[in-house]
Design a protein around this ligand. Structure first.
Ligand SMILES: Nc1ncnc2c1ncn2[C@@H]1O[C@H](COP(=O)(O)OP(=O)(O)O)[C@@H](O)[C@H]1O
Ligand SMILES: [Mg+2]
Length: 234
C-alpha cells in the first residue's frame, strides 16, 4: 500500500526540462524527506504532484486515485495537504481568515480545538493581520491551515527556511507530532539535520531526478554521498 506514488514524472518550465523522470513513494503514515541543493527541482516535484506544474510524462497516484483524473482544487478533499515554500500566507487577511481559507463549510470544532491547543499563539492572534506575525508564527499558521483540512498526507516545502533556530525546534516537534498521528509527510528540506531526524527514508535529488535513496542511518554513515549531493558535511 502506498499513500503517494509517482513514477518517472517529467515536467518543464517553458522549454527547460525541470523534472527528468522523478519516482518516489510515501507509505501511509511514513515521513519521507526529499533533499537536494537549490534549483534541483524539489519544489517542482511537489507542484507536479499537485498538478500546479503540468506533468508531461509519468504517473502519479494518491490513495489509489490516478492524479491525472483529479483537478488540483479537488486534492485537498482527497486528503492531500500542501504547505508551499514561503508559506503562502495572505498578509492582509486575518489569522482566522487565513486559517479557514480552504474550507467550504464551517470548520470542525474538534479540529479547531486541537489546533488552538497546539498553537496557542494562533488563537491569541486570530483577529490580527497574518502579515504581523513573525516568520515562525506564519509557518505554524501555514501548518495549522493545512491541518484544518484534515489531510492524510502533508507535503511541506522547506518549513524551517529562514526561521529562528528556537522556532525551528518547535516546527520540527510539530511535524513529528503530525507524523505520530498517522499522517503521511513528504518533507522537502535544505536543513539536513531536520530531515535526518524526522524522516524514515530520504531521497536525494539532483538536476531534475532522484539520484540516491537511503535511510537516515545509512546517510549518516556515508558522508561522501551527503557531501556530493548536498555540498555539506555531516
Ligand atoms: N517560475 C520559474 N521560471 C523559470 N524557471 C524556474 C521557475 N521556477 C523554477 N525554475 C527553475 O526550475 C528549476 C527547479 O526549480 P525548483 O523546483 O524551484 O528547485 P528547488 O525547489 O529544488 O530549489 C531551477 O533550475 C529553477 O531555476
Ligand atoms: Mg524549492
Amino acid at each position: 500500500m502506498t499513500a503517494l506514488a509517482i513514477e518517472n514524472v517529467t515536467a518543464a518550465i517553458g522549454k527547460i526540462p525541470v523534472l527528468r523522470g522523478v519516482s518516489l513513494k510515501v507509505a501511509p503514515g511514513e515521513t519521507v524527506a526529499l533533499l537536494g541543493r537549490n534549483g534541483v527541482g524539489k519544489t517542482s516535484t511537489l507542484r507536479a504532484i499537485l498538478g500546479l506544474l503540468k506533468r508531461t510524462g509519468g504517473t502519479a497516484t494518491f490513495d489509489g486515485n490516478n492524479l491525472d483524473d483529479v483537478a488540483p482544487h479537488k486534492l485537498s478533499a482527497l486528503g492531500m495537504g500542501y504547505v508551499p515554500q514561503g508559506r503562502g500566507m495572505f498578509p492582509l487577511l486575518t489569522v482566522k481568515e487565513n486559517l479557514t481559507l480552504g474550507l467550504r463549510g464551517a470548520p470542525d470544532p474538534e479540529v479547531m480545538a486541537d489546533i488552538y491547543r497546539r498553537f496557542p499563539r494562533i488563537e491569541e492572534r486570530l483577529s490580527q493581520a497574518a502579515g504581523t506575525l513573525s516568520g515562525g508564527e506564519q509557518q505554524m499558521l501555514a501548518l495549522a491551515r493545512c491541518l484544518v483540512m484534515k489531510p492524510s498526507l502533508i507535503m511541506l516545502d522547506e518549513p524551517t527556511e529562514g526561521i529562528m533556530p528556537k522556532l525551528v525546534t518547535q516546527i520540527r516537534h510539530e511535524i513529528s507530532e503530525i507524523a505520530t498521528r498517522g499522517i503521511s509527510v513528504l518533507l522537502v528540506e535544505q536543513n539536513l539535520r531536520t530531515a535526518l531526524r524526522l524522516a524514515s527514508r530520504v531521497y536525494l535529488m539532483e538536476r531534475g531526478t532522484i539520484v540516491h535513496e537511503a535511510t537516515p542511518a545509512a546517510l549518516r554513515a556515508d558522508p561522501s554521498t551527503v557531501h556530493r549531493y548536498l555540498g555539506v558535511s555531516l
